[in-house]
Design a protein around this ligand. Sequence first.
Ligand code: NAD
Length: 358
Amino acid sequence: MIDLFREIAESCRLEIPVSHRLPIAIIGAGGIVDGAHLPAYKKAGLEVIGITDVDLAKATDVAGRHGIPKVYSSIDELLSDPRVQVVDIAVPSAAQPDIFEKVANAKKNILAQKPMAPTIEQGLKMADLVDANKIVAAVNQQLRFEEGVAAAHKMVELGWIGTVTNMSITVNLITPWELWPWARDLERLEVMLHSIHYHDLIRWFLGDPTTLFCAAGRTKGQYPIGETRTISTALYAEGVTSVVHANHVNRGGDNLAEYRIDGDQGSIRGTLGLLYDYPNGRVDTLEVNSQVVPTDGWTPYPVTTRWFPDAFIGTMGSVLGAIANGSPLRSSVRDNVNTLRLVDALYRSMDSGVSVTF
Ligand SMILES: NC(=O)c1ccc[n+]([C@@H]2O[C@H](COP(=O)([O-])OP(=O)(O)OC[C@H]3O[C@@H](n4cnc5c(N)ncnc54)[C@H](O)[C@@H]3O)[C@@H](O)[C@H]2O)c1
């Protein structure tokens, strides 16, 4: 069985060749850069040459703790540094489109954070800027690189579960929204900031749906004004289905984060360890039950890395690979416009109470 998994494991490798490791500069010195981007880049041997933030004290603190040699006093100063080849943007999405435009027009390659932009129109403009400036640009939907998920995708590609019929993702969490004060007044919260990872992931597996529906709720006394519980269902060609159930108000202390992909000749199931104890997490799991291989019942795949920080090597590695040899991006800005469209359609369904044709 270990031999059988060799091809799968090879396809999920996150190492970045030395020849691809171009100098990176970062805009935004917040929690995600501190806790995931920088630990991932250190693990991958990448060179971060500088950082900036509107809060320069924060940038200085993060630079000091992670050994980043330069704190730029402004984005303009960062962009005027000819050594900078890739700009990693990690600011709230309301601020991202304007920064993205500046960076793209300076012809620097970009890794942008998710959600790429608050609106589809802004996302489309960003995709056009990428083409006009002939740069490489991706969105940090790094769940597509989480080892268990990436292994599951490869198993599906290899036909191990036959034709896929359904994909389900269920998370039951208690989320400390207070960590993101800028998110408190967002009307569009749960799908836009959190479940966007799952909807983007399902797009990677199943493509775009034909019809979708989303029911959402708020809970009395919650900190943010937006929705904190969502259930989204979608229908695809040939009767393929998907469901995302995300509850951030689990007061039972039994966090859960499971996904499942069913096909006509088998099933795959996994867990996202990160969400059992955010942001420390625990190991991810993946199992496959295939009539094609065949496996002897449910067989575990040994996941050896984690969503945080390891998968962040994947998104940056994909940008660096595309610059080095034109390899396709797994999460390009242009592709991500359709994730924004999907998110927007879910909100239209939520607001109207009816299903929406995509
Ligand atoms: N990919 C993921 O899994 C993931 C996880 C968490 C957060 N995020 C995203 O990353 C982004 C940052 O999240 P965070 O958790 O680090 O938030 P945070 O509040 O901890 O940090 C945001 C940082 O951006 C800075 N900033 C805001 N506007 C700026 C501007 N115009 N120019 C320069 N700096 C600016 C702030 O000063 C702050 O330091 C958000 O878009 C969030 O949705 C992604």
